[in-house]
Structure formats: structure tokens, C-alpha cells
Design a protein around this ligand. Structure first.
Ligand SMILES: [Zn+2]
Length: 272
């Protein structure tokens, strides 16, 4: 009997300790991912206002700033598209890789801005050839250029006692684009984002920024795949093409991503 009693006491004491320290495995840890709020997507070479959506990218800024002001996140991440001059995603660079166009790709003479080119990397000496489908965008977000900077009106918060902040650059491999903040487009190389979020025990990810149907979508897809409860804050995002935005959001909802509005973020966080 003595043994049973002490065993029960140990269990009760463990439960009490967990309640006191809040160190149970259910503790929610939140991250805000702020995707690519850069000049080139707002008023530069790839401004959304010149895309089919005609969205005004700058409209996300006051909404994101309000979220940062009003709501505590344990982790805040700013991402930036950060391309080399010779990047594969630039239409202007097509001649650099004309010899790599696949047989079933449109030819160099047929391909236009915003078309998809198909490249094949590797030669006969390589067992596995890499087939890369790439939308040809205008030159944008070249490393260290003004267009690649975060917009000056976006609040840049800093790390403090209760919040960790970091900046993540993506798309710096000349031959492989990176829409997602987690992976390159071929899923060959992972960025540091997942390991950093895991280090901070993040459980819930909220995504805002540009562009809804490209980098926000891809980042959300991989956030779900990596096991985070994932929210897209729709009114804090702007995209390239309305039809694609709707398709992508529908797809994400089917994969258990939750689409919310900025006014709902606080309530959602209080409920988790
Ligand atoms: Zn890019």
C-alpha cells in the first residue's frame, strides 16, 4: 500500500508542477511570417498594380503594422526575395539558359514575359536530370538593390525578452527559384526557417504579405506540411492574379490551412 500511495503522490506532484510552470506539451507558441514586403512588388519592376490583379501591394503595410502593434507573437520573421543578377526567374536572362530549354518547352523566340519555360539541367553523364519549370518574371529583387529592400513604412520589430525576430533571405541560388520561405522550388534545399521555428517550439504560424498566390501560398503549403497550425491573414496579403488567388486559397483550405481576416487574429490567438 505504501508503494501505491507514494506512486500516486508522485503523479499528483508531477501534474501540479506542470500546471505551475505551464511547461506541458500543449503550450501554444505563435509565429508571424511577413513575406516579401519589398519595393519591387509594391512600386518597382514587379509591382502587383501592373499584374492582372492590379492590387496595391502597399495596402498590406498598415494592416501588418497594426497586427504587430496590437498582438504579441513569440516569433516574428521577415522574408525577402534575394536574387542574383543572373537568376533563372528573370525573363531578361533567358538567353543565358537557352541551351537548357527542354524539347517540349516553348522556344526562346516564343517565350514571353510571365510564360513558363522548362529547363533541363544535367547532361548524359548525370544519371538524374533536373527538370525545372520556371515562370519568367521581370528582373526583380536583385541582391542589395533598392527594389529588394523591405518597404520603409513596414514596422521592423526587434528581438526582446518575449519575442524572437529574424530575417530570412531566399531565392539566392541562380538556377533555382524559391517561392516558399521553407524550401526552394525543387525542394532540394531547405532554408533555416523550419529549424528556427522548431528551436522556438512554434506551434501556430500566421502568414501575411506578398504575393498571396505565389510566395504566401508556397510558404503556407510547407508550413502545413511541417506540422504547424497555419493561418493566412487574407486582408494582410495581396496577389498577382485574382483567379489564381482563389484557386490557391481553396487548395490551402482543403489542406487544413485556415484563412482568416486581420480582425480575427487576436481572438484566434486567445483561443489556442
Ligand atoms: Zn523572385
Amino acid at each position: 500500500m505504501g508503494n501505491i500511495n507514494s506512486s500516486v503522490r508522485r503523479k499528483i506532484s508531477t501534474v501540479k508542477k506542470r500546471q505551475q510552470t505551464g511547461s506541458g506539451s500543449n503550450k501554444a507558441v505563435s509565429a508571424l511570417l511577413i513575406v516579401d514586403v519589398q519595393y519591387d512588388f509594391i512600386d518597382g519592376s514587379l509591382a502587383l498594380k501592373n499584374c492582372p490583379s492590379q492590387h496595391q501591394g502597399e495596402h498590406v503595410i498598415p494592416i501588418i503594422n497594426r497586427i504587430l502593434d496590437d498582438i504579441h507573437f513569440d516569433v516574428v520573421v521577415y522574408t525577402q526575395d534575394w536574387h542574383t543578377h543572373d537568376h533563372i526567374s528573370f525573363f531578361e536572362n533567358l538567353p543565358l539558359r537557352a541551351h537548357l530549354l527542354a524539347k517540349d518547352s516553348k522556344s526562346i523566340d516564343e517565350l514571353k514575359l510571365f510564360d513558363t519555360a522548362v529547363f533541363v539541367f544535367g547532361d548524359d553523364t548525370v544519371d538524374k536530370k533536373l527538370r525545372v519549370e520556371q515562370i519568367l518574371w521581370p528582373t526583380h529583387c536583385v541582391q542589395h538593390s533598392h527594389g529588394a529592400e523591405l518597404h520603409k513604412d513596414l514596422s521592423i520589430v526587434k528581438t526582446n525578452r518575449s519575442r524572437e525576430v529574424f530575417h530570412l533571405l531566399k531565392g539566392y541560388d541562380s538556377d533555382i527559384d524559391s517561392y516558399s520561405a521553407f524550401w526552394d522550388n525543387q525542394k532540394i534545399r531547405e532554408t533555416s526557417l523550419n529549424s528556427k521555428l522548431k528551436e522556438s517550439n512554434v506551434t501556430h504560424v500566421f502568414i501575411v504579405g506578398i504575393a498571396t498566390d505565389v510566395c504566401v501560398y508556397s510558404t503556407a503549403l510547407h508550413a502545413v506540411e511541417n506540422g504547424y497550425k497555419t493561418y493566412i491573414v487574407e486582408d494582410a496579403c495581396r496577389g498577382v492574379d485574382i483567379g489564381n488567388i482563389n484557386l490557391r486559397l481553396d487548395e490551402l483550405i482543403k489542406r487544413n490551412c485556415i484563412v482568416i481576416q486581420s480582425g480575427d487574429v487576436k481572438t484566434r490567438l486567445e483561443d489556442i
